[in-house]
Design a protein around this ligand. Sequence first.
Ligand SMILES: *[C@@H]1O[C@H](CO)[C@@H](O)[C@H](O)[C@H]1NC(C)=O
Ligand SMILES: *[C@@H]1O[C@H](CO)[C@@H](O)[C@H](O)[C@H]1NC(C)=O
Ligand SMILES: *[C@@H]1O[C@H](CO)[C@@H](O)[C@H](O)[C@H]1NC(C)=O
Ligand SMILES: *[C@@H]1O[C@H](CO)[C@@H](O)[C@H](O)[C@H]1NC(C)=O
Ligand SMILES: *[C@@H]1O[C@H](CO)[C@@H](O)[C@H](O)[C@H]1NC(C)=O
Ligand SMILES: *[C@@H]1O[C@H](CO)[C@@H](O)[C@H](O)[C@H]1NC(C)=O
Ligand SMILES: *[C@@H]1O[C@H](CO)[C@@H](O)[C@H](O)[C@H]1NC(C)=O
Ligand SMILES: *[C@@H]1O[C@H](CO)[C@@H](O)[C@H](O)[C@H]1NC(C)=O
Ligand SMILES: *[C@@H]1O[C@H](CO)[C@@H](O)[C@H](O)[C@H]1NC(C)=O
Ligand SMILES: *[C@@H]1O[C@H](CO)[C@@H](O)[C@H](O)[C@H]1NC(C)=O
Ligand SMILES: *[C@@H]1O[C@H](CO)[C@@H](O)[C@H](O)[C@H]1NC(C)=O
Ligand SMILES: CC(=O)N[C@H]1CO[C@H](CO)[C@@H](O)[C@@H]1O
Length: 548
Amino acid sequence: MGRRRQALHGAALSLLLLAAAAHAQQTDPGDAAALNAVFAKLGQKALSSWNISGDPCTGAATDNTNIDNNPPFNPAIKCECSGGNASVCRVTRLKIYALDAVGPIPEELRNLTALTNLDLSQNYLTGPLPSFIGELTRMQYMSFGINALSGPLPKELGNLTDLVSLSVSSNNFSGSLPSELGNLAKLEQLYIDSAGFSGPLPSSLSKLTKMKTLWASDNDFTGQIPDYIGSWNLTDLRFQGNSFQGPLPATLSNLVQLTNLRIGDILNGSSSSLAFISNMTSLNSLVLRNCRISDTLLSVNFSKFTSLNLLDLSFNNITGQVPQTLLNLNSLGFLFLGNNSLSGSLPSSVGPMLKNLDFSYNQLTGNVPSWGNSQLNLVANNFGADISSNSGLPTGLDCLQRNTPCFFGSPKSSSFAVDCGSDRPISGSDNSLYQPDAATLGAASYYVTGEPTWGASNVGRFMDASNGSSIIYSSHQFLNTLDTELFRNARMSPSSLRYYGIGLENGNYTVTLQFAEFAFPDAQSWKSRGRRVFDIYAQVSVRSRTLT
Ligand SMILES: *[C@@H]1O[C@H](CO)[C@@H](O)[C@H](O)[C@H]1NC(C)=O
Ligand SMILES: *[C@@H]1O[C@H](CO)[C@@H](O)[C@H](O)[C@H]1NC(C)=O
Ligand SMILES: *[C@@H]1O[C@H](CO)[C@@H](O)[C@H](O)[C@H]1NC(C)=O
Ligand SMILES: *[C@@H]1O[C@H](CO)[C@@H](O)[C@H](O)[C@H]1NC(C)=O
Ligand SMILES: *[C@@H]1O[C@H](CO)[C@@H](O)[C@H](O)[C@H]1NC(C)=O
Ligand SMILES: *[C@@H]1O[C@H](CO)[C@@H](O)[C@H](O)[C@H]1NC(C)=O
Ligand SMILES: *[C@@H]1O[C@H](CO)[C@@H](O)[C@H](O)[C@H]1NC(C)=O
Ligand SMILES: *[C@@H]1O[C@H](CO)[C@@H](O)[C@H](O)[C@H]1NC(C)=O
Ligand SMILES: *[C@@H]1O[C@H](CO)[C@@H](O)[C@H](O)[C@H]1NC(C)=O
Ligand SMILES: *[C@@H]1O[C@H](CO)[C@@H](O)[C@H](O)[C@H]1NC(C)=O
Ligand SMILES: *[C@@H]1O[C@H](CO)[C@@H](O)[C@H](O)[C@H]1NC(C)=O
Ligand SMILES: CC(=O)N[C@H]1CO[C@H](CO)[C@@H](O)[C@@H]1O
């Protein structure tokens, strides 16, 4: 009896002690003041799940609630409390994610010196990234992605030597990358795409040998892609839409652990061969678009690329035949080889997953293959040039070959108008009747309409979204136009969208292109942070036609 009571007494006592300890936990007063000031300036309020008592390091901030991939827990902090019965808690993680917080980065952030993890992405933060950020030296993961920050990237970032991941993607910075970034010896992920940077990549970055992921597309980086990239530990490298010169560095061939490689738009300089990819057999996506590659597909043994799902080698100088081994790859779903100099006829079969193939703008000949329900873009080749095989051409495709026989000598029209993406004809205030254009155009497809009078061709795969639709609609009332209806539908294309006039008579033509923006709202929101670049060319592909 006595022993039992003693045991109960002991249990009650330890419970009491725990309660006392919990009660004595308190946020570091400096951190609490700084956090409250940061939140006040960014118009944020703590959630009831973690500021129950008015003390930030409470509830979800200190229990085992997960802060990552937990949308309701936002804005959020996590704290770490030093042991003892009157322990002090420091704020180690701060997340204000996609809440459209507006304004400059608050100065009081400087006082949260225990932060290891800061996520302020997808807001509307303006002004510079302050140099005091370099004082938060415990930082490991830091993101300012998709905001409106401007000015140069501060060199003090180089003091954050524990940093593992840094994102400043989709901002409006300027200037070149500071060479101090080379001090970030633990850096594994660097996201700087669409961030506004320019100039050559600093040589000091050669020290970042732990780097696994580099997204650096859509800046204005110049010079050659540096050799040292080949001694990084990359699995994901994205370098499209910069101003790099060729050739591609030979050291890239060392990056055999890459699963994702996207390089594009090499401006000038000498050409490259394709053999450097030979050992990158873990690749899932390979994009080398417009990279001044001169080679044949036979210089790589594609049968080793057993995970390859997307291959885009368009806008290069790839010659010779398309090998059956490439088309047979079991994993391959998207093959984009448009705008090269491929010749010969196409192989007789394709792999089970290969549903989207673009061979437009090559020199292919012979019969159009019958590959079941694959989408096949064969515009601007030499199919059916031989009259005897003409019967094999799908309707309209004969009018979109290099040497089209369509309407030759007997033109049918002298004008046409199209409302891209619309499902019905619309009369414009310019007295044109805009024809509908509602066909679903997949990742490698074309179609022609009417007699035919015009056609369209689309190539490309959306990087993330893939709900299949290529047409978007807006109910927006557009200002500055009498033709609001004309702009409500639009065709989306991730890579290349072309319209063709067919059977037009000789003469001088005026081409009018009309645009309205409705994907990026004009608002103080991260959703407005995007850039639209128009790269339009009008081309005469049929003999003796002039265009103005
Ligand atoms: C931040 O720290 C500085 C220096 O310790 C102090 O003067 C200032 O009051 C602090 N700011 C806040 C909001 O706590
Ligand atoms: C926490 O609650 C107190 C008391 O309600 C309030 O003054 C403070 O601003 C809150 N802190 C945050 C970060 O919202
Ligand atoms: C716990 O608090 C008591 C009273 O304030 C103090 O004497 C003691 O040293 C503290 N113990 C620890 C481990 O902090
Ligand atoms: C931080 O970086 C700057 C510029 O790179 C340097 O001048 C400064 O001494 C560094 N501060 C510390 C504390 O290391
Ligand atoms: C980006 O910054 C430049 C100055 O560097 C400025 O002219 C431009 O308006 C800014 N653009 C946006 C969208 O903030
Ligand atoms: C490279 O990455 C692999 C796998 O992610 C890892 O095991 C290895 O330690 C890394 N090497 C270096 C030098 O960081
Ligand atoms: C490539 O283009 C850049 C920018 O136009 C120019 O400065 C450079 O001299 C060119 N290089 C070559 C090899 O043509
Ligand atoms: C691929 O690996 C083999 C075997 O290690 C090597 O002989 C060859 O040079 C490598 N090819 C390239 C392009 O690096
Ligand atoms: C290509 O790779 C496959 C699979 O590794 C191998 O069986 C085949 O012999 C190779 N072909 C050539 C020409 O090296
Ligand atoms: C394309 O490749 C062919 C064959 O290798 C070569 O003769 C030609 O000069 C190349 N053209 C360009 C523009 O590089
Ligand atoms: C087309 O424009 C050119 C240059 O303005 C002019 O010389 C020519 O006569 C025009 N042709 C026709 C058919 O109008
Ligand atoms: C029709 C077409 O798009 N042709 C282009 C193919 O690629 C070369 C090199 O980028 C361009 O010069 C052609 O205009």
